[in-house]
Design a protein around this ligand. Structure first.
Ligand code: ADP
Length: 592
């Protein structure tokens, strides 16, 4: 007997397949007791199943066959063993009752039977049946051994149940995770997800109701998409969260201890117990719903169909943990949305403030330049009268100064002109006055008028490919080219040639102004076209200017569908190129 115990004992602890263990057990038991057949049958609540059977030299019989519990009514011997919970002996099992015709032959060949009931908890969870063909009753000593073998069989049966439970729990766990991933993918928002999830949790633990309780402002509140609750019930379900350590509900929320109890016995603390009674619920299984950062709430199921088990708790914890991750995801999404909308509002406010400043600035510019115009015109008038001696002869010293004053007044007039144009441009750009322009001619005229006006003489060389026509606003082109050429001269303090080249490109006309002047550092190129931006050019830093010329020129070019491009090397010179589309239509589809 010792050998039998150690063989089966080893089997049980080694984690072998529980069915293998049961088969080996019946084989060893049969051989040891000299029986002709030994069968292990389990009794569930509603089914009787043959788990393992052995007869020397024969194949295991009936394994996996299931019979309804009512089968016991036709089996007085079996029934007596189950009811008395004592070992019973008798003749063939085929005697004295109605027998399944398929079993008849194999039962009839045995003449003596001993049935050992196997207690599992408070009930009989199975029986070990020994049968003998020979007409020889089982003796006391044999029955003693059977009783001992029964203890092993109980362990084997319990082992099988546990393994089965674990497998089932694993399968349910996987199912839970799978469903959750599906929900995450298919849910439109958090409410949708928690709605589906509550229903699924209820299904997984076979409960009639399930709910995510959420902690908000120190209260536990049910998620509105709870499963199995009426709106009236949900409206009642608002609980003050107890202080840590206060009661079982506090333990659940703060310490992560699950609650599993019937409402009759209570155990969730006075607040929760009271509510559950008021709602007429039967039992509760509640697990903490929390992230690494702390508690979010509680996931709970109510009114179990078959009583909540530790497995159900395990499944619920799994569902709560995964839901916490999903919840965090939704929260993060919402936070990003909030930030985005805050940022949008901030940017809008900033933009409108900037627009306001812009408007004030251009109003001021318009006003200032307008007011300056009158005195400048006046002074210029008097200066020219002084110059041509209409007001009488001037002393030699004064006569020398007048041309200088006149030239300064021209500069001032120029400045005021630009300020006015710039402020008007920011207000509303005047539409271009487009016409067919012979641009080579126009550029030559500009070059001619600018050439020689600078403080130092230098050559301005004009090159053109012949007659070049473009659809443009002649006055604006004149202003742009005038600016580019006078800049080329201004920013070449050491002299050097200025070349102006008019050329044709597919769809475009290009007017390039190249100087051999101070040049511009690459990092300064982006500043060039901004209003009032002047670059510290070292050698040319004495040069007078407003920082408006290029800004105006570029805007005038854009108005006609063109643009200005610049290439430059500090110390070597620059090329500013005005490109104009041959027609506005080409500007839209043209290449640059
Ligand atoms: P302004 O000449 O009145 O200062 P612009 O808008 O015409 O204003 O030019 C802006 C700045 O660009 C100038 O201050 C100058 O530093 C730089 N710049 C313009 N043209 C040239 C050039 N041909 N060579 C070197 N620097 C130039």
């Amino acid at each position: 007997m010792k050998d039998v115990v150690s063989t089966i004992g080893l089997d049980l602890v080694s984690g072998a397949d529980p069915h293998e263990v049961m088969l080996r057990l019946v084989a060893v038991a049969c051989q040891h007791t000299g029986a002709d057949r030994c069968t292990l049958t389990s009794l569930d609540q509603d089914v009787l199943r043959v788990e393992a059977s052995y007869q020397p030299g024969g194949a295991p019989a009936f394994i996996g066959r299931e019979f309804p519990m009512t089968y016991l009514d036709d089996q007085p011997l079996l029934r007596s063993a189950v009811e008395t919970r004592r070992i019973v002996t008798g003749g063939s099992l085929a005697e004295g009752g109605r027998i399944d015709p398929q079993l008849q032959a194999s039962l009839e060949e045995m003449h003596h039977t001993a049935i050992v009931p196997l207690p599992l908890g408070t009930r009989v969870g199975g029986v070990l049946i020994f049968s003998r063909r020979a007409d020889q009753r089982f003796e006391m000593t044999e029955l003693d051994e059977m009783q001992q073998l029964g203890i092993l069989a109980v362990l084997a049966l319990r082992n099988a149940r546990l393994v089965e439970d674990v497998r089932r729990a694993q399968a349910r766990g996987l199912e839970t995770l799978l469903l959750m991933t599906q929900f995450v993918a298919t849910s439109e928002d958090a409410a949708d997800f928690f709605g589906k999830m509550s229903e699924t949790v209820a299904g997984l633990v076979e409960a009639h109701r399930a709910v995510f309780w959420h902690i908000a402002d120190g209260r536990l509140e049910p998620h509105p998409r709870a499963f199995g609750f009426t709106q009236v019930a949900l409206a009642k379900m608002r609980l003050r969260v107890p202080a840590p350590g206060d009661d079982a509900l506090a333990e659940l929320v703060y310490a992560g201890a699950a609650l599993r109890h019937t409402v009759a016995e209570g155990g969730a603390g006075p607040v929760m117990d009271g509510l559950l009674r008021e709602l007429g619920l039967r039992d509760q299984l509640a697990v903490p719903w929390r992230t690494a950062a702390g508690p979010i709430g509680v996931l709970a199921a109510y009114d179990s169909r078959r009583g909540f088990t530790t497995q159900d708790e395990w499944i619920m914890r799994l569902a709560a943990r995964a839901s916490a991750l999903v919840w965090q995801g939704f929260e993060a999404q919402q936070r990003v949305r909030r930030l985005e909308s805050d940022e949008r509002t901030r940017l809008q406010a900033h933009a409108s403030r900037m627009a306001d400043l812009e408007r004030q600035k251009s109003e001021f510019l318009q006003l200032a330049s307008h007011e300056l115009r009158t005195p400048i015109t006046l002074v210029t008038g008097y200066l020219s009268m002084l110059e041509d001696q209409t007001l009488g002869e001037l002393p030699a010293a004064a006569a020398n100064i007048v041309p200088l004053l006149s030239s300064r007044m021209t500069q001032m007039n120029d400045l005021v002109d630009r300020l006015l144009t710039a402020s008007r441009m920011e207000d509303a750009s005047p539409p271009p006055d487009l016409a067919e322009v012979r641009v080579d001619q126009l550029v030559a005229d500009v070059v001619h008028s600018v050439d020689g006006t600078g403080p130092r003489p230098r050559r301005v060389i004009m090159g053109a490919t012949g007659e070049v026509m473009v659809r443009a606003d002649a006055e604006k082109v004149e202003t742009i080219v005038g600016n580019l050429v006078s800049n080329a001269i201004k920013y070449s303090p050491d002299g050097g040639d200025v070349r102006v080249q008019v050329s044709e490109e597919p769809g475009w006309v290009a007017i390039a102004v190249t100087d051999e002047g101070v040049g511009i550092a690459e990092s300064d190129l982006t500043k060039l076209f901004q209003p009032f931006s002047r670059i510290d050019t070292g050698a040319a830093s004495e040069v007078m200017g407003t920082g408006l010329g290029l800004y105006l020129s570029r805007n005038l070019a854009l108005l006609q569908g063109g643009d200005i491009f610049v290439e430059s090397r500090p110390g070597e010179g620059s090329t500013f190129t005005l490109r104009l589309p041959r027609s506005l239509r080409e500007a839209a589809g043209g290449n640059r």
